[in-house]
Ligand binder design. Sequence first.
Ligand code: GLC
Length: 748
Amino acid sequence: MKKSFRLLFISLVSFLFIQTSFLQKNNQKQLNNTDIERRIDSVLSLMTSEEKAGQLNQLSYGFGWGPDVILQIPTEYTDLIRSGKIGSFLNATGAKLTRELQRIAVEESRLKIPLLFGFDVIHGVKTIFPVPLAEASSWDPDLVQMSASLQAKEAASLGIHWTFAPMVDIARDPRWGRIVEGSGEDPFLGSEMAAARVKGFQGDLSSNKNIIACAKHFAAYGGAEGGRDYNTVDISERTLREIYLPPFKAAVDAGAQTIMCSFNEISGVPSSSNKFLLTDILRNEWKFNGFVVSDWNSIGELVNHGVAANLKEAAMLAINAGVDMDMESRSYVTYLSDLVKEGKVSEDRLNEAVKRILRIKFKLGLFDTPYKYCNEDAETMTVMSQEIQDAALLSAQKSIVLLKNQNGILPLKKDLKSIAIIGPLANSKKHPLGSWEQMGDSNDVITLLDGIKKAAPQAIISHVKGCTIKGKSKNDFPLAVEAAKNSDIVILALGEEGHMSGEARSRSSIELPGVQNELAVELFKIGKPIIVVLMNGRPLAINWIAENIPAIIESWFLGIKSGQAIADVIFGDVNPGGKLPVTFPRATGHIPIYYNHKNTGRPSNPLDYFTSKYLDLHLTPLFPFGYGLSYTNFSYDEIQLNKTKIKMDDTLKVSVNVKNTGNYDGEEVVQLYIQDVTASITRPVKELKGFKKIFLKKGESRDVEFIITKNELSFYDASMKWIAEPGSFKVFAGSNSADAQFKTFELD
Ligand code: GLC
């Protein structure tokens, strides 16, 4: 057989083989979906109204987990399970406990419907990763997806099927404590991170190493007035759709199987009874096919909101708006059956909610293999495995943002003779775990002191706290000053407690707590080089430090590998490449300040008194969105557009050559922004529409390209239609939102 014919024959055969196996697999998958629907219907047909309501009931299994978990199952829970009055627990963890709970469900209840176990895997379970705001600083969706997949692996080995994550709330107010749980102020970056985490958590749900994701808190929870958690949100539909919803849409498009509705109201309608949100947008516009779980008692809180007279009415409002599962209000299991009998809730709506939950249980394989996540050997092998710890270290290294490095004081040489490590966070084992630290053990934390000692074993290290995080005492300042006087260099670790951010932890001020700033001022007087390392869960108004301290590292809360990752950066084993996912205000009074702001009719102009400003504060941010330095330098050539005019269905190619002109290999996040200069609705002065994280060896350069379509140029017009309007646009490319060159083009 001629060679060419043989090759053709082989490729044809292999093509046919691939096609058939794909079709078989796809049919198999198609068969599974059809098979699942058939089995759902048959289970549903056997369920009483009470059992249907029970399936929608989720309760917290106490509050202890890990060593504190209650292994002796309270009879209240065993009774609920046996009578089919509960469909899911949250906070039940451990292969042993979840197996026993599941055994009772699938062996001792009438219909043997398996339970769903949920848990807040926000940044790890036992191996604690950097907080989400830190990981967002990596601007590296692949890293974040990898991180989520390993967090899922550890969680699944502990019997957990479902995480209440990713938290995708956009946050423009750093007083809001939950800013730490999300990916910052921008819808585009937030959407990329949301999709990456959903894919990482869910991966291949037929395996027992992935878990169901839950995009929360739907929606606009971060828009709370005053940055005060749970507070009123009053925003336009345009702001809702353009700023707060995109990361949820990205999560749904990435296949998120659940959504959690938020505590807050949006312009008068609480999310837990918001049909526009939960049905019109989520179901009818986005075609979401998973289920909606309430937040903790958020159904019951409809009474506090004043839209329900009592719990029964709250249940009716919530189920009819589109909330499928009730976390902790017990309103569904108590009232739904009666509400259906009274005709206030349709049997179809009840059945729809039950089917959505059964569908997830079938997708996870829990009906056929209810114990697939309850393997104690897998738990022992997986929890805190080297693979997962290594991932936590890599994530920590990539999450660090270098905010200042005057005269290249960093990286330090490892042959330093003496180092003073000062500050209340220098040797903290607890705070680097951040909030939602779950089973994280502070004994597993590598502190900054540990990390520095390991990186510079020959140096004489003197460690002094100098003050506490929030106390007023300056009694130890002299000790700190003495240590600094006797050292070559000072590393000063300042910031917040790990529990000064997170749920119910808003601060009225974003200044450094306590007397930490005063400590920095005292040490500065000595004249030794000082490096400030920040450990914090929100942007801080560190004006004096930013003005006077030569080197500043933003480390957020990096989890158990915190000290090692920071030391790797300080001594140059890692060249920092992080960028801020959120703007740093100069003062609390500067809030709200975010990069994608409107121009106003009187944009700030120092030469014109009657323009937008503060009498007592510089208007530009302390550090802008997208900002972060490297030990090397990157230069940007002039950006190139392949056209200066495009039609509606054209694409515009934007390219920029970036060169590493410094002495270190390094990573740069090239950012692309647009501005719709004139439109029928006022538009932001900039909107992030793309970014690429590139690695360049020293001396290396690369063309970075972006494609712009009309979608990147669209917005919601006066009648809330998503459109792109003809006119002129600016397209920016650069290293951060404040430092980006632009070119203009016309859209016809
Ligand atoms: C909390 C939080 C939510 C969390 C849930 C379960 O109140 O708002 O983010 O997932 O309850 O712990």
